[in-house]
Design a binder for this molecule. Sequence first.
Ligand SMILES: [Zn+2]
Ligand SMILES: [Zn+2]
Length: 352
Amino acid sequence: MAKAISYAAHDPKSPLAPFSFERREVGNTDVQIEILFCGVCHSDLHQVRDEWANSTFPLVPGHEIVGRVTQVGSNVKHFKVGDLAGVGCMVDSCGTCPDCAEGLEQYCNHSVFTYNSPDKHMPGQATYGGYSNQIVVDERFTLKISDKLDLAATAPLLCAGITTYSPLRHWKVGPGQKVGIVGLGGLGHMGVKFAKAFGAHTVLFTTSANKVEDAKRLGADEVVISKDSEQMQQHLQSFDFILNTVAAPHNLDQFMALLKRDGSMCLVGVPDSPHPSPNIANLIFKRRQLAGSLIGGIRETQEMLDFCAEHNITSDVELIAIQDINTAFDRMLKSDVKYRFVIDIASLKQAA
Ligand SMILES: [Zn+2]
Ligand SMILES: [Zn+2]
């Protein structure tokens, strides 16, 4: 086993602090990765603060991981030492259920998340994520990363990227369609980039007027201030699809009313407390659908990464040292980041 250094939450109230632990031995089908960058996802903060009431401590967050392969097991077929590699939100699943058989491991009842899941390889220990200097992962859950893209800006694709890419693909967003993205944060800014890249007429909904210019820079064809009922009225019954990235409880009906007959709105943010109940008549009278979507399977995550390399798509990031993580969490809560913090893991060495 190899010693890893990290930053961990030791309880829901204290700031993250340095923490050492053992990673498992590199098994036959395992890849060991030296982590170079790790994105900071809102779900890291939720779990650090035990807001989903399922956290085990110490908790090492981080599921937007990119780095370089430093060791491979004897049966590893697709990676060699020196390759760039990535790890997203999952590190294992049952492999045999209908979801796994279709490459939709994220819906497997036995999927193992990259951190804060029981670790079958290390009994009594939870999985530890990417706010650390290395990780050992089965190659089935290891992604290939192109060297054509900026590596730090690639990290958020592993969660924010796939979370928005997957529903836009599932609902077959493309040319000739009018597509809305609700919220311009870590997820929303990727949603805008993908919807635009898929050829849809892309409309960004935001509550803040000061985000209009930036949304257009990112590729939005139109920006609507969702608090302005007059602006909202102009878009009634005109959307094929709306991707709603806002996790804070809000009125869903105002967006449902903007869908055409047979249009769908997909939610990807998990609220801490429920949204106000939607008006079911809004669904029935236009055969609309309200749906949800969770990240994406491994095959689709690779497809997304390849698409990004081909179309030069990355996340807009602010690079931080790991010592700044607690400040970054506070700023994230105020939406004071364009649009994703990424930790430069080289800074961990100073903490060791
Ligand atoms: Zn995430
Ligand atoms: Zn399964």
